[in-house]
Design a protein around this ligand. Structure first.
Ligand SMILES: [Zn+2]
Length: 136
């Protein structure tokens, strides 16, 4: 199953760059099973940034396995599910699969949210990249 969970920005970045490979999570509203996917949504304490990342649960340690782990909590080893990364065809920034705002003229052209709104606000399209497929 897929669990949708909040995650703080510093942890989001560490998972995304491959450094952080575990999560310590309370199983209060759900139980994690091997193979489950966690959809982690960056949350700054007040709002979502819009960035998301998917990880797969590949190992679980609970209280019954190791008594130092509090009851009701789980240490989850996670594997990053690689999602395609795109280069913004306007500014060149690398953007994640969930982050691009619009396709350009071709399926290979992706435009980041910042550039998309700049182009929309300026009401011009210098590179001719905003095509009919604008906005997912
Ligand atoms: Zn851009």
């Amino acid at each position: 199953m897929i669990h949708e969970k909040k995650i703080a920005p510093k942890f989001f970045d560490a998972i995304r760059d491959g450094t952080k490979k575990m999560e310590f999570r309370q199983e209060d509203d759900c139980v994690y099973l091997l193979g489950d996917i966690i959809n982690l949504r960056e949350w700054n304490g007040e709002s979502y940034s819009g960035r998301e990342i998917d990880v797969r649960v590949i190992h679980i340690v609970r209280h019954d396995d190791f008594q130092a782990v509090p009851k009701g909590w789980a240490i989850l080893s996670i594997a990053l599910i690689k999602t395609p990364f795109w280069k913004c065809c306007e500014c060149g920034r690398i953007i994640g699969d969930h982050e691009w705002a619009s396709r350009g003229r071709t399926d290979e052209d992706h435009i980041c949210e910042d550039c998309f709104w700049k182009i929309m606000k300026s009401d011009d399209d210098p590179c001719g990249t905003i095509g009919p497929k604008a906005i997912q």
